[in-house]
Design a protein around this ligand. Structure first.
Ligand SMILES: [Zn+2]
Length: 159
């Protein structure tokens, strides 16, 4: 169930839904019209991002227009699934009880090889913490909440 179907309320998604920190867009946890292609990809174990038809720039799944050429004609493409650790944080006190049994765990921003930043769960090889610049590869898992999401497996060592 998405929030626009809950409690009899209707959310107007026409302007999109953005969570930003600086110039980064964070977090994808539920479907909205502009992210439906991403969630359809998750069902198929495919990491889908957007690509500007005009200039070819790859874009975050939530983008509704290209910030370079101001074009709105975007298409879904499958990402390679590779990237590097841009930043991360180890969560010791989970924000909800369902996550606490997994603490400590790592979340952070992955810089995809296509040049798109995604906020995600990081799964270091053998536990512990990743390092900035470590190579990562996407995997699809049902997380503690039961929701299937892309996570990134960390391979130690810079690219
Ligand atoms: Zn463009």
């Amino acid at each position: 169930m998405t929030s626009n179907q809950s409690a009899g309320t209707t959310i107007d998604w026409s302007e999109g839904f953005r969570v930003v920190a600086g110039h980064m867009e964070l977090g994808l946890t539920e479907a909205s019209p502009e992210t439906q292609g991403f969630w359809d990809g998750v069902e198929r174990d495919q990491l889908m991002i957007k690509r500007c038809v005009r200039c070819g720039r790859h874009l975050h799944p939530r983008r509704m227009g290209c910030p370079d050429c101001w074009q709105g004609d975007l298409r879904w493409v499958e990402a390679t699934g590779g990237g590097t650790v841009y930043s991360f944080s180890t969560v010791h006190r989970a924000p909800a009880a369902v996550w606490q049994a997994s603490a400590p765990y790592c979340v952070g921003i992955v810089w995809l090889d296509e040049g798109v930043a995604l906020f995600t769960r990081l799964v270091p090889d053998g536990g512990g913490e990743p390092s900035i610049g470590d190579r990562v590869v996407v995997s699809f898992r049902a997380l503690e909440s039961g929701q299937k999401l892309p996570v990134f497996l960390v391979r130690e060592g810079r690219s």
